[in-house]
Design a protein around this ligand. Structure first.
Ligand code: HEM
Length: 186
């Protein structure tokens, strides 16, 4: 079904962007070469963003769980496990953010959708991808970065764990609230 629509678009080239009933948007450009190039770039970045999401979310989850256990158990914040896990989560989330930013400009579901339809013209599924997911994830990354910076200022293990648990935890909740679950797990 999707393929049929794409071929029709490329041949007819009547519209630049077409939304399918399932909310996914496809676009055609004037020359086939440009279309193929953009699609390849899009597919690579989308695949990377899609698989990196599993790793980033898993490590972020472990960092939050570890910080909560450290806080509740009144443990010492170790430079080995605790620092590494928090730093690893921070780095992976930042890489995911960067990949997401690139994806936003090569995907028909990102900035192109807003440019073509305007904010008011987006369906709720399209708005999730073009507006809510990017905006909320950037906010989540700001919180995670604040949590990391704050933890460095404290000497006490309890305060360090609290900063990571609170800010990383809020970031994780925000990210989970705006994942396009239906599209991702299909
Ligand atoms: C930690 C942060 C993020 C996570 C965990 C995440 C995760 C995901 C996942 C799981 C998908 C669905 C992928 C699929 O369909 O297989 C997705 C799609 C998408 N993400 Fe993110 N994302 C994050 C940040 C961002 C940011 C910051 C932006 C843009 C500024 C962004 C832009 C997009 C776009 C445009 C799509 C739709 C791609 C398409 O299907 O055309 N993401 N993201």
């Amino acid at each position: 079904m999707e393929l049929f629509f794409e071929i029709q678009l490329l041949k007819g080239n009547k519209h630049n962007i077409k939304t399918l009933p399932n909310g996914r948007v496809f676009y055609a450009q004037n020359s086939l070469f440009l279309e193929a190039k953009t699609r390849t770039m899009f597919e690579i970045i989308q695949t990377l963003h899609s698989y990196l999401a599993y790793v980033a979310l898993a490590v972020l989850f472990f960092a939050v769980a570890n910080a909560i256990m450290g806080l509740v158990g009144n443990k010492m914040f170790t430079m080995g496990k605790d620092l590494r896990l928090s730093l690893f989560a921070l780095i992976l989330c930042h890489i995911q953010l960067l990949v997401g930013l690139i994806l936003y400009f090569v995907s028909a579901n990102g900035f192109s959708a807003i440019r073509e339809f305007g904010m008011g013209g987006l369906t709720s599924a399209a708005r999730l991808l073009a507006v809510e997911h990017p905006f909320v994830n950037i906010l989540a990354l700001v919180l995670i970065t604040v949590g990391w910076s704050r933890h460095k200022k404290f000497m006490e293990g309890k305060k360090k764990f609290k900063s990571i648990a609170l800010f990383y935890g809020l970031g994780l909740i925000l990210i989970l609230s705006r994942i396009p679950w239906g599209q991702w797990l299909n």
